[in-house]
Design a protein around this ligand. Structure first.
Ligand SMILES: NC(=O)c1ccc[n+]([C@@H]2O[C@H](COP(=O)([O-])OP(=O)(O)OC[C@H]3O[C@@H](n4cnc5c(N)ncnc54)[C@H](O)[C@@H]3O)[C@@H](O)[C@H]2O)c1
Length: 401
């Protein structure tokens, strides 16, 4: 049996761990002998509604140290909201336990630096939750690039037209104090896979963001559709969304509320973009848009070099390879994968190997830190209107402080 402890058993952990509740369940599929034995989460009643039958005997704790003193765990998963990841990961760095850590690993520079220092001498093997890296399409793209199908990669153009972007304005994700905006919350995935494909860290960023043009506004704090008199006309009401065949909850918070914040006090972006420079001297661009709907959803990248161009999109489930000089390109189709295009399941299988000591983390803490340092540089650049150098992992060891 694999004894798992969970810090923050919310929706993401429910979906990822799963079990007989029928929710997603990549970890339980990859590790049928996995059992959630200990949980640290203040919302005991809420967690109990999410726990599958076979994990109902899990013991609840209110204190991390006590949980670790009492339990003999094989692995730990941190699935709290973004602002608490670093706090618990630093506590976990003192243990010799395989750790599954949700993204973003930190939400600000102070946290990220403390996290990096905490793990300098840690024995804990950390797998950061970047499922896109484990999808079949991305793995194929990486293989093509490693086999020099495009030559030396010189440029990457990545995009994410998020068709469910409303969640960042009508759910708890709109709380800017927790997310610190969508470079930190969302782009952390994309900037990570971009560095993986280009085989190089990003060293410099110039970014722009548009806030408060589409979502946010002056509607009352706490307003939800069920309390609003405008559901016949508002295109975000469940009624109108259903007429437009847009997936929706039967009630939700107003995405035009003051609770979304403001450009002055801080709020999630309607869209944001960055130009990035890699250590190799190659460069690229990334754009994310949060008001796209239905078939406008797309996520993927185009990587090019002198020898060829490679293009893929997770929503289209397709990768195209276009050699510039030779014959032999083509289109590769991939089966539709659930839960992050199938990435969650392969990520869970990888965590199984890390727990068993058979593999070193592919999405390691260094990858998580490299990504968040880049996200924070993009955020800063968008705020200051200037190029920002990206702090590099290991650049300043703690003993040099
Ligand atoms: N990797 C991915 O693709 C992916 C996908 C979705 C969400 N996420 C990440 O997962 C995280 C959780 O998102 P969610 O939607 O499950 O949120 P959620 O609110 O459903 O879950 C958070 C859980 O943490 C608990 N919690 C609150 N305070 C706590 C504390 N002090 N100590 C321990 N637990 C505490 C809450 O009670 C809740 O059960 C976010 O950081 C999000 O970015 C990652």
């Amino acid at each position: 049996m694999i004894r798992l402890g969970v810090i923050g058993y919310g929706q993401r952990m429910q979906c990822l761990i799963g079990g007989s509740s029928g929710m997603g369940g990549s970890m339980k599929v990859a590790m049928p002998d996995l059992k959630v034995c200990a949980i640290l989460d203040p919302d005991v009643a809420g967690v109990k509604t999410r726990l599958p039958e076979e994990d109902r005997e899990a013991k609840f704790y209110t204190d991390f140290d006590e949980m670790m003193r009492v339990e003999r765990l094989d692995a730990l998963a941190i699935g709290t909201r973004c602002h608490q990841h670093t706090l618990y990961a630093i506590k976990a760095s003192k243990l010799d336990l395989p750790l599954f850590l949700e993204k973003p690993v930190s939400i600000n520079m102070e946290q990220a630096i403390e996290l990096e220092y905490a793990f300098e001498n840690s024995k804990s093997q950390v797998v950061v939750s970047f499922p896109l890296r484990f999808t079949s399409i991305l793995q194929k793209a990486r293989r093509c690039i490693e086999e020099r199908a495009v030559g030396v990669p010189q440029h990457i153009m990545a995009h994410n037209y998020v068709s469910y972007g409303m969640v960042y304005f009508e759910q708890e994700y709109r709380n800017y104090q927790i997310t610190q905006g969508l470079f930190v919350q969302k782009a952390t995935h994309d900037l990570d896979y971009m560095m993986s494909l280009m085989g190089s860290p990003i060293t410099r960023v110039a970014a722009m963001a548009t806030r408060g043009h589409v979502f946010g506004g002056t509607k009352a704090s706490g307003l939800s559709c069920s309390k609003c008199g405008e559901t016949e006309t508002c295109r975000e009401s469940p009624y109108r969304r259903k007429l437009s065949q847009i997936p929706t909850y039967d009630d939700h918070l107003c995405p035009f509320s003051v609770d979304c914040g403001s450009p002055r006090t801080g709020m999630n972006e309607d869209s944001s973009s960055c130009v990035v420079e890699f250590a190799t001297g190659a460069h690229g661009v990334y754009t994310q848009i949060f008001y796209a709907r239905k078939d406008a959803g797309r996520r993927g990248a185009t990587v090019s070099g002198y020898e060829g161009t490679l293009s893929f999109d997770w929503y289209k489930e397709q990768l195209r390879l276009m050699p510039h000089f030779e014959v032999g390109g083509g289109t590769f189709n991939f089966p539709a994968g659930t839960n992050h295009f199938g990435g969650d399941l392969t990520l869970a299988l990888h965590f199984k190997d890390v727990i068993a000591g058979k593999a070193a983390p592919i999405t390691s803490l260094a990858n998580g830190l490299r990504s968040i340092y880049t996200c924070l540089a993009a955020k800063k650049s968008s705020e200051e209107g200037a190029f920002v150098d990206v702090r590099q992992v290991g650049a300043v060891p703690s003993r040099a402080r």
